[in-house]
Design a protein around this ligand. Structure first.
Ligand code: PLP
Length: 378
């Protein structure tokens, strides 16, 4: 069998077997969770168990969990539902589902290390008396950089602003405690933690109006998200969340695989830069660039060798535009176009890192040789 290494967990983690089993079981349940008969009540019980598991993982009450079709919908629901009468401030490194959710959102710049410019946020808050809605992600999907949410929340409180946090990439990789964070709303997604694709949740206190809801025409999810719930997807999300709660202990193992990978890359190519490496980062993510070696060449070459990584952001991989996140960190177009993201997770093993290094090293050597042929004086 062809040797492969899947190192693209931030795009989508492989489904955990327990989550796949929960999905398969829920597919066999008959009935609609809104029906009052026994079939409906059994479907409802399955749904509420999953709600409880997701709520437990982020330390929120189950009544705060609104199941959605994924992180994208959760972000849209939060931004559109909470923006009423408020101006919207988002960090420049947000996922497009935050950046593009409402018209006219102002972007707060990032510093060179990838964290939000807090001084600028303070100025923007102080510069306008209209209450704000601030949206800042907990961890970035491309660089893994963890944002100083405590400082963002402290500033928000001084100015009567609401805070939404996209925790899609942080959930399951670092502890996400909604009470500790002090945010008003939090977005999460199942397929980043080993659940299935197409399901997520917005977590926001029941007392917080999400108006207008994105979807109308049904009383589901406490009237906050109309439509029959995706029970199999939600059941799998619950199973993955229950595992993630206990398996955060795996983070040091994953961090040591990631650190080993970066160290070996530096051994092969001392000119390699680790983007966001100066800020606190998720344990599983590495964003690296070698000047002159394009991400396109690398992603395609690695794919031929059976190794899966991303160029730029996961959701926009496939399109070759330079990443807005890396540009917001002050990287030039060429450096941004050289960045690849390697992301590990629950099933990653040392052999995956070995395979990546071997394949990367071959591409790098070939490119160096080609450059010498083109420019023998260099
Ligand atoms: N937010 C972040 C930070 C992401 O990385 C992603 C997906 O990659 C999303 C939101 C969107 O989540 P979903 O794929 O569940 O729509």
């Amino acid at each position: 069998m062809t040797r492969t290494a899947y190192l693209d967990y931030n795009a989508s983690a492989p489904i955990r077997p327990q989550a796949a089993a929960a999905v398969a079981h829920a597919l066999t349940l008959v009935g609609n969770a809104s029906s009052v008969h026994g079939f409906g009540r059994r479907a409802r019980a399955c749904l509420e168990d999953a709600r409880e598991a997701v709520a437990t993982l982020v330390k929120a009450p189950p009544s705060a969990v609104v199941f959605t079709s994924g992180g994208t919908e959760a972000n849209n629901l939060a931004l559109r539902g909470l923006a009423q009468g408020r101006r919207v401030l988002v960090s420049a490194g947000e996922h497009p589902s935050v950046l593009e959710a409402v018209d006219g959102a102002a972007q707060v710049p990032l510093g060179l290390d990838g964290t939000i410019d807090l001084a600028r946020l303070a100025e923007m808050l102080a510069g306008d008396p209209q209450p704000a809605l601030i949206s800042v992600m907990l961890a970035n999907n491309e660089t893994g950089v963890i944002q100083p949410l405590d400082a963002v929340v402290a500033l928000a409180r001084q100015h009567g602003a609401l805070v939404h946090c996209d925790a899609v990439q942080a959930m399951g990789k670092i502890a996400v405690d909604m009470t500790d964070l002090g945010v008003d709303a939090l977005s999460v997604s199942a397929h980043k933690i080993g659940g299935s694709q197409g399901v997520g949740a917005l977590i926001a206190a029941e007392s917080l109006a999400l108006a207008p809801p994105l979807l109308r025409g049904g009383g589901q999810e406490r009237r906050r998200r109309a439509g029959t719930e995706n029970l199999p997807g939600i059941a799998g999300f619950g199973a993955a969340a229950a595992l993630a709660a206990t398996e955060l202990d795996d983070a040091p193992r994953i961090a040591s695989l990631r650190d080993d990978l970066e160290q070996r890359l530096r051994g092969l190519a001392p000119e390699v830069s680790v983007i966001g490496g100066k800020a606190p980062r998720l344990p599983n993510t590495s964003c690296v660039a070698v000047p002159g070696l394009t991400a396109e060449t690398l992603v395609m070459g690695l794919d031929l060798a059976g190794v899966a990584v991303s160029a730029g952001s996961a959701c926009s991989s496939g399109k070759v535009a330079p990443s807005h996140v890396l540009r917001a960190m002050g990287l030039g177009e060429a450096e941004a176009a050289a960045a690849i993201r390697i992301s590990l997770g629950w099933a990653s093993a040392p052999a995956d890192v070995d395979h990546f290094i071997e394949a990367w090293g071959e591409i790098y050597t070939r490119c160096c040789a080609a450059r010498r042929l083109q420019n023998p004086a260099a």
